[in-house]
Design a protein around this ligand. Structure first.
Ligand code: KPL
Length: 309
């Protein structure tokens, strides 16, 4: 199966490198000429545990040049999701599938609204990865990748894709209730990312900050109440324990939101805590902690570049 990954950021480069090294037919589609040029010139560079590994992967700026693909993986920021639709249309083979591996709420819905729900798979990944330059990343945390149909069932198609990913060395599994897992990832991002951005700390340093675990638990409880009201079944009995585990497993990682703040880029706050607040308003569920964090992150000065402790 031919795979194209839209997005040459932390997750796009990581998955591209793992797949290519594992023998899969994969290409990257980017929107920055600098990134695509660097990848075509000298490959994707992954730094891990002090060592560097370079993998040659074809990269394209133009979707028409990438050819027809059986699987298109979306690894762009949530606010760029809609802009990938014309590109997907140019690349997807008639029976092809689209897998979103993005953070935030509403990505699968945006894609399915145009491409059809039957095309859509939702996935989550717990890998911690940071961009350090064009086509150059640091892989700072291992984790599972879960995927399934947007409609909720664990299909043969999802199992085939998970098996393909596993054959390339990625820890991947097909699941029932993929939208529930996407919500669990949303809760994890809501409880970790804004705090890393506000305190300028790596994930692993968060639990050591006084009172922060109580605040994180409030974020989690509000989000769970909103999910219940929306009829979403979260596949986890203790989401706060999961948040602590992810902090530990990705301890050295600079979260995607802190990376964005440091680089002066727009953050995904409106698709994470902001989305929980909007949905809470719809269902009459109070979400004061999520609202306060969203306001604080929006107010952060851009261009922060100092090192996280
Ligand atoms: O998904 C992440 C992110 O940074 O967006 C976590 C899991 C928090 C890893 O940093």
């Amino acid at each position: 199966m031919k795979i194209v990954i839209i997005g040459t950021g932390a997750i796009g480069c990581l998955f591209g490198a793992v797949f290519k090294k594992g023998g899969l037919d994969v290409a990257l589609l980017g929107r920055s000429a600098e990134e695509v040029g660097a990848i075509n010139e000298r490959g994707v560079i992954v730094e891990r545990g002090g060592a560097e590994e370079t993998t040659a992967i074809p990269a394209f700026l133009d979707a028409s040049a990438a050819g027809r693909d059986g699987l298109v993986i979306i690894a762009v920021k949530a606010y760029d999701t809609a802009s990938t639709i014309p590109q997907i249309r140019r690349m997807l083979s008639p029976d092809g599938a689209v897998l979103t591996l993005q953070n935030g709420l509403g990505n699968a819905e945006t894609l399915a609204g145009d491409l059809g729900v039957e095309r859509l798979l939702c996935g989550t990944t717990a890998h911690g990865s940071s961009v350090v330059g064009p086509g150059r990343i640091i892989h700072a945390g291992q984790g599972e990748t879960l995927l399934g149909e947007m409609r909720g069932e664990r299909s043969r198609r999802a199992e085939k894709i998970a098996a393909l990913f596993s054959s390339a060395g990625l820890d991947a599994r097909a699941v029932d209730n993929a939208p529930g897992y996407a919500w669990l990832k949303l809760i994890i991002n809501a409880a970790i990312n804004p705090f890393t951005a506000i305190h300028n700390l790596r994930n692993g340093a968060l639990p050591g900050v006084p009172n922060i675990c109580e605040e994180m638990a409030e974020v989690v409880a509000e989000a769970e109440a909103v999910a219940r009201a929306a009829g979403v079944k979260i596949p986890c009995d203790d989401a706060m324990a999961k948040v602590r585990k992810v902090c530990a497993a990705t301890g050295d990682n600079v979260s995607s939101m802190l990376q964005d703040v440091r680089a002066g880029r727009r953050t995904e706050i409106d698709y994470i805590n902001g989305a929980i607040v909007r949905l809470g308003e719809k269902f009459g569920i109070p979400t004061p902690r999520n609202a306060a964090l969203a306001a604080q992150v929006r107010a952060l000065r851009s261009g922060r570049s100092d090192q996280a402790q």
